[in-house]
Design a protein around this ligand. Structure first.
Ligand code: ADP
Ligand code: MG
Length: 579
């Protein structure tokens, strides 16, 4: 059958160019990406067979092979996993499905120096395309389990790739990289060296639960014959045999005791499950024993992914049952507002056939869910008291998501409020917690004052702020979209009601002051009654009422809404949403 030529999707082409010109200095990670794909493919096949989905393949020896041909300078990664059909190859390898890609590429282009490019690439994880950092010619040969014909994909990473059907492909997938000639001289990038490759696997993929095998040259076992001439000794060295060995230890980290596992190992597992190239911010371990036994290894990333707020964002909790991978993106285990948490949960007593629907209803799973949430929140709380910088990073990256929980998770509302922080007029440089705010409240102050808006500067110069500034009241400055919404549904913190300074009558005075002011106001209201009703008439239906105000100190007028009305910022947001 003849090969069909396809063009790479625009985003894919851009990404490939970046890989070819390798702005990422740690090229070793290409192997992690390929091994991670192979491992996923083996997981999928095992699961399909266990679930008896009509697949008749031998799964008694699932593994990954790494093969190096020094002469040809090729490196092959082969698995006998699920494989891909012809259409899957076109769909999965020719395009980038990730919704954050366009945004990512734009930012990458705008990144000025290579350090920030590296960081961006690290955040994104480029998967299969990472091959083009080290190879200028890549061939993928694959056959889907259960199908008879195979598919060959080939590209030099330029503008196009070819796809062709082949009769005789072994089941599974092999990826053959022709290594870049220019790297041959550089020991650092000599991926045709078995020692180098072995070291990379050990470092990045040791915990992969499938055997990763490769031929490692061993010096010939027998000593040179006694009395042999000197010249023959080197001949014996040449006869060095290649022995196939399993390079990785295959230990599931979450099942090992804490003291046995190093931070680096945790980090590598994190990178495997999250597709992130950076270290996690925080690692959380849970080992539950008793009636319902499970182990969890959760991670809080060090930065928010590009698509965190996009629809269809995939959560990162993988579910295992006794070391057997069951599913990605297990939504039953983590609420939406913690969708950035990554990791692995391994439960002992679930059926391998468990479905998403069943999980949603399972009581044990619900208990597990509760425990995981509490543990994540308590970890953030610890972070807050233990390591202010780390907490600050956490909050900058994930605060806006976490606050969504104030709307959905009533059980943990106090805990979420407790680990939240907010910009405030108290200190422009540092956000405050509600607890700290309450501690600073003035004598007689009843409310926690806040304002919502687009930016700190706009709010600080808003007329609403004047009286508060003048009287020295602290005001929280809320700029996240979600702030508009949760402030409506969280009535108070530690008995102090939250009060928007842009709504209704805000009471800033003591009882006596109030009486005086009231008397004065009534007098003035009477004095100005004519003017005010004239102004109300002039403004027609635009306003409900024009009245005198005590809240302004330097602006002549401001617009306020009733307590029950929407705030100006929410009004803008609703308008933007077309409502
Ligand atoms: P990701 O792994 O993040 O999905 P990749 O670029 O690494 O992105 O791979 C894209 C897709 O191609 C995978 O999701 C998978 O469906 C498919 N794929 C890649 N390698 C293999 C393989 N060895 N076996 C089966 N499918 C594969
Ligand atoms: Mg991948």
């Amino acid at each position: 059958m003849s090969a069909e030529t396809f063009e790479f999707q625009v985003e894919a082409r851009q990404l490939l160019q970046m890989m070819i010109h390798s702005i990422y200095s740690n090229k070793d990670v290409f192997l992690r990406e390929l091994i991670s794909n192979a491992s996923d493919a083996l997981d999928k096949l095992r699961l399909e067979v266990l679930r008896d989905e009509g697949i008749n393949e031998d799964v008694s020896d699932l593994h990954i092979d790494i093969e190096i041909d020094k002469e040809q300078r090729t490196l092959t990664v082969r698995d006998n996993g699920i494989g891909m059909s012809h259409d899957e190859v076109v769909k999965l390898i020719g395009t980038i499905a990730n919704s954050g890609t366009a945004k990512f590429l734009k930012e990458l282009k705008e990144a000025k120096d290579s350090a920030s490019s590296e960081e961006l690439i690290g955040q994104f994880g480029v998967g299969f395309y990472a091959s083009f950092m080290v190879a200028d010619d890549v061939t993928l040969l694959t056959r889907r389990a259960g199908e008879s014909g195979g598919t060959r994909w080939h590209s030099t990473g330029e503008g196009t790739y070819t796809v062709e059907s082949v009769d005789d492909a072994p089941q599974g997938t092999s990826v053959v990289l022709r290594l870049k000639a220019e790297d041959a001289e550089d020991q650092l990038f000599d991926y045709a060296s078995p020692w180098k490759v072995r070291e990379i696997i050990k470092r990045y993929s040791d915990f992969i639960t499938w055997p990763i095998r490769m031929a490692v040259e061993k010096p010939a076992a027998q000593e040179p014959e006694p009395g042999a001439a000197e010249g023959e000794e080197s001949a014996a060295e040449d006869k060095a045999e290649a022995e196939v060995e399993t390079v990785n230890s295959m230990k599931a980290l979450w099942a090992r005791s804490k003291s046995e596992v190093t931070d680096e190992e945790y980090s590598e597992l994190y990178k495997h499950v999250s597709h992130d190239w950076n270290d996690p911010l925080e690692t959380i371990r849970i080992q539950a024993e008793g009636a319902f036994e499970y182990q969890a290894l959760l991670f809080i990333p060090s930065h928010a992914p590009q698509d965190l707020f996009m629809q269809g964002f995939r959560r990162g909790i993988q579910l295992y049952v006794k070391r057997v991978f069951i599913m990605d993106d297990c939504e039953a285990l983590m609420p939406d507002y913690l969708r950035f948490v990554k990791g692995v949960v391994d439960a002992a007593d679930l059926s391998l056939n468990v479905s998403r629907e069943i999980l949603q209803q399972d009581r044990q799973i619900q208990l597990m869910h509760r425990r995981l949430v509490k543990k994540v929140l308590s970890t953030v709380k610890d972070m807050m008291s233990r390591d202010a910088d780390r907490y600050a990073t956490f909050w900058k990256e994930f605060g806006a998501v976490l606050k969504e929980g104030l709307l959905s998770d009533f059980e943990n509302r106090e805990a979420i409020l407790g680990v939240s922080s907010f910009a405030s007029t108290h200190d422009a440089a540092a956000p405050t917690t509600l607890k700290e705010y309450v501690e600073r409240m003035k004598e007689g102050q009843q409310h926690i004052f806040y304002m919502t808006g687009d930016s700190r500067t706009a709010m600080e110069s808003s007329p609403h702020m004047e009286a508060f500034k003048a009287k020295g009241f602290e005001v929280l400055l809320l700029t996240d979209r979600v702030d508009e919404v949760w402030v409506q549904s969280v009535p108070e913190f530690e008995g102090k009601p939250l009060q928007s300074i842009a709504k209704g009558e805000v009471d800033l005075d003591t009882e006596e002051e109030k009486k005086e002011v009231e008397a004065e106001r009534e007098q003035r209201q009477a004095d100005f009654a004519g003017l005010l009703s004239w102004m109300t008439d002039q403004l027609g239906g635009e306003v409900k009422e024009v009245r005198l105000s005590s809240r302004l100190t330097s602006s002549p007028a401001c617009i306020v809404s009733d307590n029950s009305d929407v705030t100006p910022a929410l009004e803008n947001m609703l308008r933007a949403m077309g409502q």
